[in-house]
Design a protein around this ligand. Structure first.
Ligand SMILES: Cc1ncc(COP(=O)(O)O)c(C=O)c1O
Length: 439
């Protein structure tokens, strides 16, 4: 018999699949350990800009909620699993007032709202619990955080090529010819993509639902399509066509729209929500919320309700003005510094990521480019000995794409850092490219 201290825990399959920390997890914790403020640059993490957060409005909303317990009852107590009735009404009014997704009042009326236990992330996770394991179809490049979670939970990812209008329907159909349709679990479509900020065109939103419906007819089971619209409140280029909500095509009840206020208000509120028909999957999501946390924090929900009613419309204009001016100046910086080395730069219309494809410089974790920017080349002249040399963190394309060019791609986030930091960042990237070319 083994002695007590030699025994191992008997772990679940999910835990066994999660033994290795993810790249992002590892990268951020390693970097945080010896981050040198003012010297090192982290444009890998997708943090939201602190200056865009409605600090005063949140304080005022908290005060208001506390002083109006006739409206916001028991705001410091447990809440119901579907979400605060006040917040759900505020989200509905926000949609109506702004004609979000060009939904008519009648179309909106056909859908119910549920508030996730902790952001959009928890609703996406709930979906993975609700659905039978199988293939999940998504765009390539893909949102690595969720796709990694899906893989750990036993789903198989089918990433489909995208272009500057988003995931390509013809490519979905081609990919479908290669798989057993009965194994398809659901579609996970990000409408403004992370990592490349590409906005999915309105025509494609409609076509993707049609394709899911065709599979449903062939297999005899309803295939859900999740549209993750996390960044739709942050379309800052005024020339972009207003996006249609795919709920317009939800005759069969298999379309789910997931949103969040993380990007336009504050991630720490942890308010994400889902609009859908009242069906089995919605019931499952609500039950998961109850099982793992009873409800989202009721006080945060009530504060957000007040924020939406009183401040949101003006605040959103301010946020997008700030991201617009940042996007324009950083785009100029990147073009000025890197045009010799770059094949394509995506992004700059919405959200806060640029996705760069280099002509021939490789960027994955083993690459010279990566070693240069993390100061791990082994050459003291480059890594710095006495003199401290700045390091730069980015997300390599290989983390979020299976396409051949992923090896030459990087995601840069301009959410958190100011344009001045990007001046330094772009110079460092240029030096890394020059270094690779000299080798
Ligand atoms: C595409 C996408 N969906 C969802 C989320 C997470 O949203 P939340 O903060 O509401 O969990 C993110 C955050 O980066 C994201 O990029």
């Amino acid at each position: 018999m083994k002695r007590m201290n030699e025994l191992n825990f008997s772990l679940s399959q999910l835990a066994k699949n999660s033994k290795e920390p993810s790249f992002i997890n590892k990268m951020t914790s390693e970097f945080a350990l010896d981050f040198r403020e003012g010297l090192d640059i982290n444009i890998g993490v997708g943090y939201v800009n602190d200056h865009t957060m409605p600090v005063k409005e949140i304080a005022a909303s908290y005060q208001y909620v506390m002083e109006h317990d006739n409206i916001y009852r028991n705001a410091l107590n447990y809440g119901g699993a579907e979400g605060s009735p006040n917040l759900r009404a505020s989200i509905r009014n926000y949609y109506k007032r702004n004609q979000i997704g060009n939904l008519t009042p009648e179309e909106l009326e056909l859908h119910k709202i549920v508030v996730g236990v902790s952001g959009a992330t928890s609703i996406l996770d709930g979906f993975a619990d609700a659905m039978e394991k199988g293939i999940v179809i998504t765009g390539d490049p893909f949102y690595y955080s969720y796709t990694e979670n899906l893989t750990k939970k036993g789903f198989e990812l089918l990433p489909v090529k995208s272009d500057t209008d988003g995931i390509i329907p013809d490519e979905i159909e081609k990919a479908l010819n290669e798989v057993d349709l009965n194994k398809i679990s659901y579609f996970y479509i990000v409408t403004i993509n992370n990592p490349d900020s590409i906005i999915l065109s309105n025509e494609r939103r409609k076509r993707i639902v049609e394709i899911a419906n065709e599979i449903s007819d062939k297999t005899g089971k309803l295939i859900p399509v999740i549209f993750d619209k996390a960044y739709e409140d942050t379309i800052h280029n005024p020339e972009v066509v207003k996006p249609d909500s795919p709920l317009k095509y939800n005759e069969r009840g298999n379309v789910f729209e997931i949103g969040t206020f993380s990007k336009v208000l504050a991630p720490a509120l942890r308010i994400g929500f889902m609009l859908s028909k009242n069906n089995q999957i919605r019931h499952q999501i609500v039950q998961r919320i109850s099982d793992i946390g009873f409800s989202n924090s009721l006080i945060n929900q009530e504060i957000t309700s007040r924020l939406l009613d009183e401040y949101m419309d003006e605040h959103k204009i301010k946020v997008n003005k700030a991201y617009r001016s940042k996007a324009l100046s950083i785009s100029t910086i990147l073009k000025d510094e890197l045009s010799d080395y770059v094949e394509e730069i995506r992004g700059g219309d919405a959200g806060f990521y640029f996705y760069i494809t280099f002509k021939d410089v490789e960027t994955d974790q083993e690459s010279d480019f990566f070693q240069f920017l993390s100061r791990k080349t082994g050459n003291p002249e480059i890594d710095g000995e006495k003199e401290k040399k700045p390091r730069l963190v980015y997300i390599p394309g290989t983390i979020c794409s299976r396409q051949a060019q992923a090896k030459r791609q990087i995601r840069l986030s301009y959410g958190f850092e100011e344009p001045e930091v990007f001046e330094r960042a772009a110079k460092l990237i240029r030096e890394a490219c020059e270094y690779c070319h000299k080798l």
